[in-house]
Design a protein around this ligand. Structure first.
Ligand SMILES: Cc1ncc(C[n+]2csc(CCOP(=O)(O)OP(=O)(O)O)c2C)c(N)n1
Ligand SMILES: [Mg+2]
Length: 890
């Protein structure tokens, strides 16, 4: 081994070589660890003596694992290559067939073409299957799904018919979903990854959550790994890199990122003018990860070995990604001219190679030997997470149809010539005549390939991906555990937030259930008053508490503990929701039901991490999302970016989410109790969203037990109208707006002699969903006796116009309008928030009791039950400013 760096500036190469030789001897005699130790000491000494080595976050553009440390391959390379080629072929055929028959149905060929080796080496040698301690957790790159299906086809897990129905999911024979969607393929996919970036951060928190479960002694440490396969373009998403320091801080040696660095994303190069692998190496090294670069294949080993002057290393260091892409597209002759022939020593290095040889020099991510070695190191590495940065070629094997080209991501159809090329390149035993139809190919069950592939998976514990649901249900205690909430707050004024905190305290004290509760908070515990739980439950920290907390002399001190139960995530809603997903899918990933409560500032929920919530829904995550300090006018003082007036609108679009805006303590108790049963006793794949507010008022005791069902369905009556009174209206409200309609009803009676019924709406969206379902049924069954929705049974035309209020945008309460057969008006808080007092805000957003009365009178005037003049009188009486601008426009 000769020293090669900075040779041009060397004033005494012989001396330099002596230093290199002594290091070499050290390595040979005592190994790399000792060499590392000595170098570390030398660097410290150098620093102390004034030598300032400039910081370079990345190493040379060469493989991290040198040839002499490469682990020998433990498989049959030839058979594995044949298997991989067939998998490549079927993955391609799946997309081509889908697009020939069903014009424009989509699919991706090129991404998997670049990562086939990365997956195949893992499938044959590393991924632990479900029978091996529950198996590894694998986040597959979303749009590589054709390759994963294709392998399952060879394994016998998916039929040819299913492959034919790729992306035709409505098909009754069962189609395959475009991307990993556990909702659509619940026995197969585990993680929804195709919204770029989510996979990376979710994987980090899955790995961290696994440690949490081990540290809390809920599961055993079975050396399970979390693998995340990611695209290099995907790494630009803030979520991809946003939590990497958490992974190293927590020493997640159970986590492996594999970044498929094909240097391209959808439109073109990821870093045409730079080097994505170097950039990522810098970021991950800086964050404290173990970085393994797999850049060059074995073909390059001799070239680097013969590079006595270091010119090749210098050349690859200086070429930008745009250059490498051009070499791929233009071929060997161009590569020689523009790369190798730029220097005499360089061209010497490859003079024995033909242009074709040059073209075929493989990069690292396509060389099983290099990939194997990297995985081997990754799974055995201690104390740090590992990222493997593997250079690959997008559209590998597609030739002119796309290899390395800017259009490659969108390539979905191959013409006859291109199919023949692909077939021959990978030696697929299909005739020319058949080939042009891009048929699926599967060797016989007793073929070497199928036997090998099955044997390898059997050794590793079975097939992946595979999603299961083996968790036993949790017996939920009787509703009476919440009796103190059901009995109301007596005469104390409390907020729903305080009620919830009490409820959480009850749950975490109950021996039957406490173990399963996972409170998750992104640095808002004190805002909501949950901080007393710090001491009781402890804040989870893998390292315990190494310091004496500043408040250790107090009863409720900041207690971190290895078996702590609370996940205090700091200011990262993305991290906290990822923990929620990890906890809420543990029933499937670890066969243990857990009950996460993710408690956050509601404004920073749906609108900040809405995409994660959608992914959580797809993944059948269970648990409670708790949006605190909710309601645009209920949260006083904070202003525009804090006041949540639309999370319920967004929540109503998530099909398996049940969203509630409760007003009273007993409503909260009933909803959460039902939710616990729904998710954990009956094991339904739903999750719950509750908004909590910080307005203090008295909570009455529950009227009777019979209303429980109505609370769950979304509406119940607090006060009925007197049928004897001539003029009647029906006032509906959710959350703390219930107080406003109660006041409005009082004033309607006192000031206008109008009788109002009062309804607490716990969920406009649940009412809407049920009513819509009934309407649909009625339309589809025109001659059957029409069914009545729950809403229709509750709200009767004879009781007069309906005014439906919420502290959210009008569309939230308006969603029930089509199912109400009497005059209807929705009141809500459209527009940008403001900081002011609650009272002023309710005036400004026109949801105060006076506006409720105004709208009620207006409706009554419209149906001629009162004179218009009464409406004018109302405006006057309550000083309503009729020139006031619409709050939605200012
Ligand atoms: C959040 C998000 N934005 C955009 C897309 C659309 N999209 C799908 S694949 C892709 C390019 C991916 O490039 P890269 O991550 O490098 O993966 P490759 O296919 O090159 O392996 C894009 C933009 C998406 N799926 N998710
Ligand atoms: Mg890419």
């Amino acid at each position: 081994m000769q020293y090669t760096n900075n040779h041009k500036n060397d004033i005494d190469p012989i001396e330099t070589q002596e230093w290199v030789d002594s290091l070499k001897e050290l390595i040979n005699k005592y190994g790399t660890n000792r060499a590392h130790f000595i170098l570390d000491n030398l660097i410290s000494f150098a620093r102390r003596n004034g030598i300032r080595t400039p910081f370079k976050p990345f190493t040379d553009y060469i493989n991290t694992i040198p040839l002499n440390q490469q682990k020998p391959y433990a498989g049959d390379r030839a058979i594995e290559r044949r298997i991989k080629s067939i998998i490549r072929w079927n993955a391609m055929a799946m997309v081509v067939q889908a697009n020939r028959k069903n014009h424009g149905i989509g699919g991706h060929i090129s991404s998997f073409a670049s990562s086939a080796t990365l997956y195949e080496v893992a499938f044959n040698h590393f991924f632990k299957g479900p029978d091996s301690n529950g198996g590894d957790i694998v986040f597959f790159q979303g749009h590589c799904s054709p390759g994963i299906y294709s392998r399952s086809f060879l394994e016998g897990k998916l039929s040819k018919n299913m492959l034919k129905n790729f992306r035709l999911e409505i098909n009754k024979d069962g189609g395959l979903s475009s991307y990993p969607h556990p909702w659509l393929m619940p026995n197969y996919w585990q993680f929804a990854t195709v919204s770029m970036g989510l996979g990376a951060i979710m994987a980090i928190y899955q790995a961290r959550f696994m440690n949490y479960l081990i540290d809390r002694k809920i599961i055993d440490n079975s050396n399970k790994k979390v693998w995340a396969f990611l695209g290099d373009g995907e790494m630009d998403e803030p979520e991809s890199l946003g939590a990497i320091t958490l992974a190293s801080r927590e020493k997640l040696e159970n986590l492996i990122f594999v970044v498929n660095c094909n240097l391209q994303r959808l439109d073109g190069p990821v870093r045409g003018n730079g080097k994505i692998i170097q950039e990522l190496e810098g970021a991950f090294r800086g964050a404290g990860w173990n970085v393994i670069k797999v850049i060059w294949g074995s073909d390059w080993d001799t070239l680097f070995e013969n590079d006595k002057t270091g010119i090749l290393k210098e050349k690859v260091n200086n070429a930008v990604d745009g250059d490498f892409l051009k070499y791929i597209v233009e071929g060997g002759k161009y590569f020689r001219e523009k790369f190798w022939n730029t220097n005499k020593d360089l061209s010497e290095l490859v003079k024995h190679l033909t242009d074709e040889d040059l073209e075929n020099l493989r990069v690292g991510g396509h060389d099983p030997a290099k990939v194997y070695s990297a995985y081997y190191e990754a799974v055995n590495h201690k104390g740090q997470p590992t990222v493997i940065l593997a250079q690959t070629i997008k559209g590998y094997g597609l030739g002119e149809a796309g290899e390395g080209r800017n259009i490659t991501h969108q390539q979905k159809k191959l013409n006859e010539q291109e199919l023949l090329h692909f077939r021959s390149h990978f030696n697929i035993p299909i005739s020319d005549k058949d080939c042009i139809n891009a048929p699926f190919y599967k060797p016989n069950e007793d073929s070497e390939e199928i036997l090998y592939l099955k044997k390898m998976r059997k050794n590793l514990g079975g097939y992946l991906p595979s999603r299961s649901n083996k968790a036993s249900s949790i017996q939920i205690p009787d509703i009476h555990i919440f009796d103190e909430l059901i009995n109301g707050s007596e005469n104390r004024k409390v907020s729903t937030t305080m009620v919830f905190v009490r409820l959480l305290a009850i749950l975490t004290k109950d021996d039957r259930i406490k173990k399963y509760i996972v409170p998750i908070i992104p640095d808002e515990a004190r805002t909501f008053g949950i901080d007393p739980l710090f001491r009781e439950l402890g804040i989870y920290s893998h390292f315990g508490q190494k310091y004496d907390p500043v408040d250790s002399d107090q009863f409720l001190y900041y207690r971190e503990a290895k078996d702590g139960q609370i996940l205090e995530e700091g200011i990262s809603e993305a991290g906290a929701i990822s923990s929620f997903i990890a906890a809420g899918t543990s029933y499937s990933n670890h066969s243990i039901n857990l009950i996460p409560f993710f408690i956050y500032y509601s404004m920073f929920g749906f609108q900040r991490v809405g995409d994660f919530i959608w992914a959580a829904a797809d993944m059948r995550t269970k648990g409670f999302l708790i949006g605190g300090t909710a309601g645009k006018t209920t949260l006083a003082g904070e202003g525009l970016q804090h006041q949540d007036g639309h999370s319920h609108l967004m929540a109503s679009a998530v099909p398996n989410l049940k969203a509630y805006d409760p007003a009273y303590s007993y409503e909260i108790a009933v909803i959460i109790h039902y939710g616990l049963k729904d998710m954990y006793e009956w094991q339904n794949d739903v999750f719950y969203y509750l908004t909590l507010e910080n307005e203090n008022y008295v909570h009455p005791p529950m009227i009777n037990e019979e209303i429980s069902e109505s609370i769950i369905k979304g509406i119940y009556c607090i006060k009925e109208t007197n049928l004897k009174s001539k003029i009647r209206v029906q006032l509906l409200a959710s959350g703390s707006m219930l107080n406003e309609i109660i006041e409005a009803a009082r004033l309607l009676k006192d000031d206008w002699d109008i009788d109002a019924s009062i309804w607490s709406v716990t969920s406009y969206s649940e009412l809407h969903k049920e009513a819509e379902d009934i309407r649909r049924w009625n339309i589809l069954h025109p001659e059957s006796k029409p069914r009545k929705s729950f809403l229709e049974k509750m709200i009767k035309t004879i009781n007069g116009p309906v005014i439906a209020v919420s502290d959210y945008v009008k569309l939230v309460s308006e969603q029930i309008a089509p199912y109400i057969n009497c005059p209807f008006v929705a009141l809500g808080t459209d527009g940008f928030g403001r900081s002011d007092t609650r009272e002023n805000l309710r005036e400004f957003f026109e949801v105060s009791r006076y506006y409720i009365i105004l709208y009620a009178l207006d409706k009554l005037a419209k149906i001629n039950q009162i004179d218009k003049i009464v409406v004018s009188k109302c405006i006057k009486k309550y000083n309503i400013d009729f020139n006031k601008p619409n709050p939605n426009k200012v």
